[in-house]
Design a protein around this ligand. Structure first.
Ligand SMILES: CC(C)(COP(=O)(O)OP(=O)(O)OC[C@H]1O[C@@H](n2cnc3c(N)ncnc32)[C@H](O)[C@@H]1OP(=O)(O)O)[C@@H](O)C(=O)NCCC(=O)NCCS
Length: 187
């Protein structure tokens, strides 16, 4: 029976699960590994506060979702901003509801944080329904840059968001009309 486990920030992932998470990412989103040859680097820098939601049958990984958060300055305000990423199910286990379980659990973790303002994920447009069922909404006009100040990269993919705090709900228009800068590369 698969078991759902949450590895909160600073809680070590069991090495056999971390290895399978890294292997899937390496096979599927290999740009990150091609651009960063440091094999010892953590999956995410600690200042992005990574957490992992893992569905596994003992040592065999089935599904995974990763959460991180950073502070984002936008339109004169500061937003505690979550990112949901690296959501995947190993191919043999797809279309059985496992992906939904980890995406739902990760989304619930964001809602648990009373200081959270917004959350963003970027995905293939065909997954709008999948994330929509977890409560996320597409923001059609969002334009984003990622990276570091002085080395910004456009990141204009299909964006879905949660607007959690009153401040975020008041500022929704500013996310549609002004380019947002998302620090780091793990979006
Ligand atoms: C996207 C992904 C995570 C979905 O994982 P999954 O475990 O198959 O997810 P679920 O089973 O919960 O749901 C997927 C679909 O299967 C359907 N499904 C759920 N349970 C089902 C069942 N028992 N029988 C048949 N279909 C089922 C869902 O309705 C959903 O269909 P929809 O997208 O048309 O709504 C998986 O396809 C994947 O790893 N893709 C590659 C990595 C990727 O692109 N990740 C997304 C990054 S943003």
């Amino acid at each position: 029976m698969p078991q759902l486990t949450i590895y909160r920030f600073n809680e070590a992932l069991p090495p056999e699960l971390e290895c399978q998470i890294r292997a899937f990412i390496r096979l599927t989103w290999y740009d990150a590994y091609a651009e960063n040859p440091d094999l010892e680097a953590p999956m995410l820098p600690p200042d992005e506060h990574p957490q992992h939601v893992v569905l596994a049958e003992r040592h065999a990984l089935i599904s995974h979702a990763r959460l991180s958060w950073v502070q984002v300055e936008h339109a004169g305000e500061r937003f505690k901003t979550y990112c949901l990423g690296d959501v995947f199910t190993y191919p043999a286990f797809r279309h059985k509801g496992h992906g939904r379980i980890v995406a739902d659990a990760a989304t619930a973790l964001i809602h648990e944080d009373g200081d959270a303002d917004i959350a963003i994920l970027f995905c293939d447009p065909k997954l709008e329904g999948f994330y929509g069922q977890c409560g996320w909404s597409h923001v059609p006009d969002l334009t984003a840059n990622i990276g570091e100040i002085g080395a910004l990269e456009p990141h204009n993919y299909f964006a879905m968001m949660l607007f959690l705090s009153d401040k975020a709900r008041r500022s929704q228009e500013a996310f549609r009309t002004q380019t947002i800068f998302l620090p780091g590369y793990d979006w």
